[in-house]
Ligand binder design. Structure first.
Ligand code: FE2
Ligand code: FE2
Length: 332
């Protein structure tokens, strides 16, 4: 098979006599691809968060540390991609290289590396914000539960494509969109890593999936907290974005005395897990292959518009990696 997709092959046993099973290689290769794509989108956010005064000001409205956190998240994704590919190579397996798909244009706003070619597109995003209600609910997608959007973000930019006024509504809408998209991306990563844990065989691969997956959860937790600070601004439709329920002293409901949907309910509310007959449990959700696995992730990201403008070859490559990763089964 041509290109970088020759992955239906068990890794060579040329590293101290150890080799990885085909399923473990497939898991790590999809994760490497996901991390490369994550790195690409975070780099675009990072350039503007640090180098575009208007975008930075919009992020400051969510938290004074937002640009720093964007920078740290970007650093982490770079390290994930580099580590996974280096580990694959150390085991004689083929690393993932997406460079031939680096064809999409950059933002032309101040701060962006305007001539760089990208893998992802942050200009036309449909952002799934249902994590906000999902993580504040006792339901779990793995039991068929569905959750409403907290705000409808359809085909909107998450970064400025040109220079916008400091303090304008338009740039704050973009900053708020970015703030929600940060959490959308990282909750997906949290679920994705968890979906692979029961499928990995090598104890070392389990350690890798668990430990990197743990940092995706850290990322999500921070962004879920910050999104709750987004200031309401009028959108083109006239409605306010976002209009979030804030905690008040007068809404005693639930064991902590606050409404489950309040902005400050940022820890995973106990939900159904494993069996509805067992007690509710505070966990990452979903974690099933169907709802959280590689195909679900690739489909969700594609439907979000993140790859708008990419080639047929790109999607074929991404979905082949995803299919192989989801097929992985734990061996003995
Ligand atoms: Fe990552
Ligand atoms: Fe991440």
């Amino acid at each position: 098979m041509a290109g970088w997709l020759g992955s239906r092959v068990t890794a060579n046993a040329d590293h101290r006599g150890e080799s990885l099973r085909q399923g473990d290689v497939a898991i790590l290769r999809f994760l490497a691809a996901a991390e490369i794509l994550e790195t690409d989108l975070w780099q675009q956010y990072n350039e503007l968060a640090l180098g575009n005064a208007a975008f930075q000001q919009a992020l400051f409205a969510l938290d004074g540390d937002m640009p720093t956190y964007v920078n740290q998240n970007t650093r982490d994704e770079i390290s994930h991609a580099q580590f996974l590919n280096a580990y694959l190579a150390s085991k004689g397996a083929r690393p993932v290289n997406l460079e031939r798909f680096r064809t999409l244009p950059s933002s032309q706003a101040t701060g962006a590396n305007k001539n760089a070619k990208r893998l992802t597109n942050l200009m036309n995003l449909t952002v799934d914000t249902s994590w906000y209600t999902r993580y504040r609910s006792t339901g779990n997608p793995d039991f068929g539960d569905t959750f409403p959007q907290i705000v409808n973000l359809v085909n909107v930019p998450a970064i400025p494509n040109s220079d916008l006024a400091l303090g304008g509504d338009q740039i704050q809408v973009i900053g708020n969109t970015a703030g929600f998209h940060f959490a959308t991306i990282e909750q997906g990563g949290s679920s994705l890593y968890d979906s692979f844990l029961p499928k990995a065989t090598s104890v070392e691969v389990i350690r890798i999936v668990a430990a990197i997956g743990g940092t995706e959860i850290q990322h999500f937790e921070v962004w879920q907290d910050k999104a709750g600070n987004a200031p309401p601004v009028p959108m083109d439709t006239g409605s306010l974005f976002p209009a979030l329920p804030h905690a008040t002293e007068q809404t005693p409901n639930g064991i902590d005395g606050a409404d489950p949907i309040d902005t400050n309910q940022i820890m995973a509310r106990p939900c159904k897990f494993i069996s509805p007959n067992l007690p509710l449990c505070s966990v990452i959700r979903p974690t099933s292959t169907a709802n959280a696995g590689a195909m679900a992730a690739a489909t969700g990201l594609t439907n979000s518009g993140l790859f708008k403008g990419q080639s047929k070859e790109f999607f074929a490559a991404l979905f082949e990696l995803a299919e192989e990763a989801d097929e992985a089964q734990r061996g003995f």
